[in-house]
Design a protein around this ligand. Structure first.
Ligand code: GDP
Length: 296
């Protein structure tokens, strides 16, 4: 268990921010995520983006930023309900030619409830019908007044198509993150959040995680909710095998006995026995809870 008084902050380091992009369908969330990642893939190796991935880390001016895709708002809510605080900064994407839509309203309330700093990315500014002022006034009406109108929300015009404004957006994220003074301990036992998971044929349960604290290494004994195991292999966000993942880094982990739910917290343990004991106790507890529910 984790107790406040056990926290030793002498090894704390600044960690990269974890950013979520949310918005109304078709406003360009996926395009924006792909465009931001493009620079990294291009810098890495030929082939470009072959598939959309759920999370990745990019570098801007020598500083890292991790982006995480929320597969759906329901999943994001579920993660929040479980207390998973994986996001540090929320970006609300709004198409400049379409403005605030019902799902944008939903996203605004999620974003406000998260307590995270919010940046509005006004997308599709390359379009003839783009109207940034319309978006600003719609948002101002919803208590999200732009900085240049005397409020405290940054609005950045971007185009996921041309790449315009993306540097501005990344720089703004880094500014927000500096204010947050995000810190964690790379020497601590790993603690990570599962952002996606699946059962892969021939490989078993695969959990995509973001490291919140510590360093996760191949060979670590881990517990994740009611499942446990030993980290057999890790692939990074470029699909390359790596030995470890550091603060705010993301990758896929093999070795769990079962598929954990999105939002589950993965924690490294001292021994395989400890990992198994914790997972088994939790599973028993879950069963007892189910049983008492069904007999009520
Ligand atoms: P999502 O549903 O929010 O993930 O939206 P998508 O990324 O799938 O984008 C929806 C549509 O808008 C696609 O046809 C994109 O090509 C288009 N689109 C996205 N961003 C831009 C942009 O900046 N400019 C233009 N002109 N089209 C865009």
């Amino acid at each position: 268990e984790y107790h406040e008084e056990d926290i030793d902050d002498s090894n704390f380091e600044t960690r990269p921010p974890v950013v979520t992009i949310m918005g109304h369908v078709d406003h360009g969330k996926t395009s924006l995520l792909d465009k931001i990642r493009e620079s990294k893939v291009a810098a890495g190796e030929a082939g470009g983006i072959t598939q959309h991935i759920s999370s990745y880390t990019v570098e801007k001016n020598g500083e890292k930023i991790t982006f995480v895709d929320t597969p759906g708002h329901a999943a994001f809510s579920a993660m929040r309900a479980r207390g998973a605080s994986v996001t540090d900064v929320v970006i609300i994407v709004i198409a400049a030619d379409d403005g605030v839509k019902p799902q944008t309203e939903e996203v605004i309330s999620h974003a406000k409830a998260s307590g995270c700093p919010i940046i509005v990315a006004v997308n599709k500014i390359d379009k003839e019908a783009a109207n940034i002022d319309m978006v600003k006034s719609q948002m101002a009406e919803r208590d999200m007044t732009p900085v240049d109108w005397g409020g405290d929300i940054e609005f950045i015009g971007v185009s996921a198509k041309t790449g315009a404004g993306i540097d501005d957006l990344l720089e703004n994220i880094l500014l927000q993150s500096e204010i947050l003074e995000l810190k964690a301990d790379p020497t601590a036992k790993a603690k990570a959040t599962v952002v996606e998971s699946l059962l892969e044929k021939g490989r078993g349960p695969v959990a995509t995680i973001i490291v919140e604290n510590g360093t996760l290494r191949v060979g670590d004994n881990i517990v994740c909710d009611t499942t446990y195991g030993r980290v057999k292999a890790i692939t990074n966000d470029m699909g390359k095998p790596v030995k470890e993942l550091g603060l705010s880094e993301t990758g896929s982990v093999l070795g769990l006995s079962d598929v954990p739910a999105a939002g589950a917290i993965m924690v490294a343990q001292d021994s395989d026995k400890e990992a198994k004991d914790i997972a088994t106790k939790r599973a028993e507890h879950e069963r007892a809870k189910e049983l008492s529910k069904s007999t009520k």
